[in-house]
Design a binder for this molecule. Structure first.
Ligand code: ASP
Length: 338
């Protein structure tokens, strides 16, 4: 094994310690991790270096500014390593994996995100296995994309969602097959992996107010949508509708609020509340109402990928028709085109 990888510890349970208030990220985790790794058969691991963020994050506190910090940590060292492992809290890991996939487009080496449900400091943990597996995958030249590796599953980052707050199988990609499975053997699915490209990094500054989310629910009053849309800086809204992309079109006030938002230049990206399948806007008359308003079908985008895609494209300067065109194209395997 003559590969060289970089591990970046950003925070999360994997390196947390108990406190009177529950688990908190702890500085100095670097040494703890090195001790654990040094006791492993080092000839079976790629050569690695490890850096940790000055401000470790419980990923529940994450903002889009942290995506930029992580992308910059990777791009600044891109040519120095064969692959990267990003250690991250599980709560918003799928958002970060999605955002990084759009920021690090066309990459030619692996970026593997992982974390754990039990900290490395605990006797019984999933931290070491997740980390060691992620390191081996980060040294695998067959992978040229941002992935989540967790409990033996290798998932496309921008197809992943956190599905369990308590089980070791914390992540899945319900609308896309796993890129690989790690048991006794590493079984990758070469036909599913993205081909290596020419890196095209986008590391824009984010305005956290530029994108918002509205999940529809039975009886939603129009004023709830109005409150979400009442922000001058808002440029894109992820609209989480029912089933095949259906809003309650009989709620005329709500539909009028959405129509006014679109007329104000806010891009509406329609995704489904279902874990599997996607939007087919217009299969039902209810959904056709969104075609008339000019909402974009998010197909089978996850919530995390839809939110991150809007953010990255808007922060990169896209608006109007160009933004709407880019939203309809798969940029890095995030959605299925029929
Ligand atoms: N709250 C933690 C975090 O996301 C949970 C975890 O890492 O599992 O940072």
């Amino acid at each position: 094994m003559n590969k060289r990888i970089l591990i970046i510890y950003t925070g999360g349970t994997i390196g947390m310690m108990p406190s009177d208030d529950g688990y908190v990220p702890m500085p100095g985790f670097h040494d703890q991790l090195m001790n654990q790794l040094d006791s492993r058969a080092s000839d079976q691991l790629p050569a690695y270096e490890l850096i940790e963020f000055d401000q470790l994050i419980d990923s529940a506190n994450l903002t889009p500014a942290h995506w930029l910090q992580m992308a910059q940590a990777l791009t600044a060292r891109w040519n120095d390593y064969d692959g990267f492992v990003l250690l991250h809290g599980t709560d918003t890991l799928a958002y970060t994996a999605s955002a990084l996939s759009f920021m690090l487009r066309g990459i030619n080496k692996p970026v593997i995100l992982t974390g754990s449900q039990i900290p490395l400091a605990q006797l019984r943990n999933d931290a070491l296995d997740n980390l060691v597996t992620a390191m081996l995958l980060a040294a695998n030249p067959a992978i040229s994309e941002v992935c989540i590796c967790f409990n033996g599953r290798l998932l496309r980052g921008n197809r992943s969602v956190k599905v369990s707050s308590s089980g070791f199988d914390a992540f899945d990609s319900p609308s896309f097959p796993w890129l690989g499975r790690v048991g006794i053997e590493f079984e990758l699915q070469p036909s599913l992996l993205l081909a290596p490209g020419t890196p095209d990094f986008r590391t824009p500054s984010f305005d956290p107010q530029a994108v918002s989310l509205l999940q529809l629910y039975p009886g939603i009053p129009a004023r709830v949508a109005e409150a979400v849309l009442d922000c001058d800086a808002l440029k894109g809204l992820v609209l989480q509708t029912y089933g095949a992309g259906n809003p309650p079109d009989a709620n005329r006030e709500l539909m009028a609020v959405l129509e006014r938002a679109r007329a104000r230049g806010i891009t509406l990206l329609n995704i489904t509340q279902c874990a599997m399948g996607g939007v087919s806007q217009g299969t039902y008359a209810t959904g056709a109402a969104l075609n008339r308003i000019g909402a974009i079908s998010g197909r089978d985008l996850t919530l995390e990928a839809a939110f991150a895609k809007l953010h990255v494209l808007i922060a990169s300067g896209l608006g109007g028709d160009a933004l709407e065109r880019a939203l309809q194209e798969p940029l890095c395997g995030e959605c299925t085109v029929a």
